[in-house]
Design a binder for this molecule. Structure first.
Ligand code: FAD
Length: 303
């Protein structure tokens, strides 16, 4: 399982790297730092680093001095860190906007706010879909079809006569342009509180975290957001910011399969239907490689 995710991740990184020039999204290869406040957590993460090295992913333990040299000018309170130099990050909003622009230029029709209601089939082929947009029903002819509805895929799968166990894990993020990002050079995960701090190409810093298992409930739990914000000065002694307004908080669902692996592949019933979903906390990281696999399957190509 670990080596499948590693290979998808490495392939995705190469694709993101190459596409960044063409699509003009900010993409940075600055590594990832896992901060540990307690020595016991650092010991566990050091063990993870050892396992990572065994499967060819570079990871090293940084002492406090190395953290100050390499990662931040703010003296962190933690015991030290584990560093993954090969990690990369990008701005997801810029990525999606640039992909959307490209697709529209190529003549692709994007239907927003449209709900799939049912499918029609003939033999082993899906022939059309019934969708609803702004209360209006519409039938769309189908050539090939991909189910990529993340946390909603389990519900939608029933329409395709398949069972796809899926659990949604809600997470929140807040972005701040005033945070002293120049003093934090690399993306971090504050491991004890599971909060990610990501400086986005000098423009803003994103704070994200939590894994709320409560179905597809879209209410924003400000106690969870408070937990994210409060954990920052526990690691970095900086003047932090106030609790944001609800409107400033973003949330999303991570789609989780029972074994943590994504569902990628051909349906048993329909030969023009494939599934690409369940990427959990790695949906952006694994998207290009899983998209490529699915495209090859649909186009019936081997390379
Ligand atoms: C706080 C947070 C931090 C994260 N950090 C990372 C990270 O560091 N790295 C990483 O790789 N990933 C991360 N993720 C996960 C990543 O964001 C997701 O895996 C990714 O966005 C999933 O994309 P998707 O296109 O598969 O699904 P989504 O973006 O969820 O899209 C699914 C779509 O299906 C649509 N849909 C639902 N029902 C229907 C219907 N009946 N008919 C038609 N359409 C329907 C929905 O409206 C939605 O637009 C994070 C997620 C969160 C919440």
């Amino acid at each position: 399982m670990v080596s499948i995710l590693r290979d998808l991740g490495l392939m995705s990184k190469l694709l993101y790297h190459d596409l960044a020039q063409k699509f003009n999204y900010s993409y940075e290869e600055k590594g990832l730092v896992i901060y540990c406040k307690k020595q016991s957590t650092l010991d566990e993460e050091a063990h993870v680093a050892q396992l990572a090295n065994q499967i060819g992913i570079e990871a090293k333990v940084l002492d406090k001095k190395a953290v100050l040299d390499l990662v931040t000018k703010i003296h962190p309170k933690g015991a030290a860190a584990v560093y993954f130099p090969g990690d990369a990050h990008l701005n997801p909003t810029e990525l999606i906007e640039s992909l959307k622009k490209y697709l529209l230029e190529k003549g692709v029709l994007i239907k927003n706010s449209s709900e799939l209601l049912s499918i029609q089939s003939a033999g082993d082929e899906i022939t059309s879909l019934e969708i609803q947009s702004n209360g209006q029903k519409e039938t769309i002819e189908v050539g090939r079809l991909v189910l990529a509805a993340s946390s909603w895929s389990g519900i939608l799968a029933k329409i395709f006569r398949i069972k796809l166990p899926m659990q949604a894990g809600k997470g929140y993020s807040v972005s701040k342009s005033q945070f002293p990002s120049k003093e934090i050079f690399k993306p971090n995960i504050l491991v004890e509180t599971r909060v990610a701090i990501t400086p986005m190409s000098g423009k803003f810093v994103r704070f994200g975290g939590t894994m709320e298992i409560g179905g597809l409930d879209s209410t924003i739990n400000m106690n969870r957001v408070r937990g994210i914000i409060k954990s920052v000065p526990d690691f970095f002694p900086v003047n932090t910011f106030d609790l944001p307004k609800k409107e400033e908080v973003c949330y999303g669902f991570r789609s989780r399969s029972p074994d943590g692996l994504p569902y990628i592949g051909q349906s048993n019933y329909f030969r023009n239907f494939v599934i690409n979903t369940g990427h959990a906390i790695m949906g952006i990281s694994l998207a290009p490689a899983s998209g490529k696999l699915i495209a090859q399957q649909l186009l019936d190509k081997k390379n």
